[in-house]
Design a protein around this ligand. Structure first.
Ligand code: SAH
Length: 288
């Protein structure tokens, strides 16, 4: 007498505990992935846990055209743009292009950094993104974007996708963005985050950006976010007359020259030193 109901109660209590634990775990993952607070976003690639199927569940084309992450940290982005980019107080050249400033306010930078660095996402410095690589400092992203002199229909090639953040900033200004990353897991992750955040129109490729993207050439602008020792000839060849390349050039692990290279209408090269910078080196694909 009475033994049966007690067992049923114990089993029900254990099942309830398991269910509660599962709920708590999934809520935690949604939160640390830097979602929009609704808890509906799939886990992001930035944590290395998402796959393409999870990303496609978050259809960026549905409804609101703003990136899903844009509602979070909007004030931090506004302050970042004002104090680091538009009115820096430390002698850096201010970025004046309204299109670039708008783009920097719009792209949810926190979604492109690893979840554990979300609190640092808007700091005035580069941050590690894994595989020994970094997401560039906000100021340098804005400055290089401005130097490209984008028009709303410019066709742009980026070498060094990294987190995908720079590509997203470009995509706020033009729908024709092509980006190449040599570290395959980074390329995959960037593709996922870009799609989740509504930048699915960015064309991503895993490969050696030294060779450019011949099938899609010529480009109005090329931005290189890793440093070669010299301007890769294929990139020069894939630039339209009147186009610009923004590129750090110099030795690995030293200071490099950030150059603005212009191709005149008659194909001549003009090079301007913008400033001294420090980027990760451009590496070449290993022979199989
Ligand atoms: N633009 C990135 C920052 C890139 S860091 C962002 O917004 O996050 C530079 C990136 O260039 C690294 O991810 C590195 O793996 C990549 N890289 C280095 N050599 C390369 C090459 N030959 N082709 C393509 N990508 C390269």
């Amino acid at each position: 007498m009475g033994g049966k109901p007690i067992w049923i109660l114990i089993i029900a209590a254990v099942l309830l505990l398991i269910w509660l634990a599962a709920c708590r775990r999934s809520a935690k993952e949604a939160g640390s992935a830097g979602g929009d607070g609704s808890g509906l976003l799939p886990v992001k690639g930035a944590g290395g846990r998402a796959d393409a199927a999870a990303a496609s569940a978050d259809d960026p084309s549905a409804g609101d055209s703003r990136p899903p992450g844009a509602s979070r940290h909007a004030e931090a982005r506004r302050a970042m743009v004002l104090h680091q980019i538009e009115q820096p107080r430390d002698g850096r050249t201010p970025v004046r292009s309204q299109a670039v400033l708008e783009a920097m306010r719009a792209v949810p930078r926190h979604a492109f950094v690893p979840p554990e660095l979300e609190a640092e996402a808007h700091a005035d410095c580069p941050l590690p993104i894994g595989h020994g690589q970094t997401i560039s400092q906000p100021y340098i992203v804005a400055r290089m974007t401005e130097l490209l002199g984008l028009e709303p229909d410019s066709k742009i090639l980026e070498i060094g996708t990294g987190s995908g953040y720079q590509a997203a900033v470009l995509a706020e200004i033009t729908p024709h963005v092509y980006t190449i990353e040599i570290v395959e897991p980074l390329a995959e992750r960037a593709r996922t985050v870009l799609r989740e955040q509504g930048y699915g129109q960015v064309k991503c490729r895993a490969g050696d950006g030294y060779l450019g993207w011949e099938e899609e050439a010529p480009f109005d602008g090329i931005i290189v976010t890793c440093a070669p020792e010299d301007l890769p000839p294929p990139l020069w060849e894939q630039l339209k007359p009147g186009g610009r390349i923004v590129i750090p050039i110099g030795e690995a692990h030293g200071l490099q020259r950030l150059e603005l290279v212009t191709k005149t209408q008659d194909g001549e090269r003009r090079t301007e030193l913008v400033e001294w910078v420090r980027f990760v080196p451009l590496t070449r694909q290993q022979e199989p």
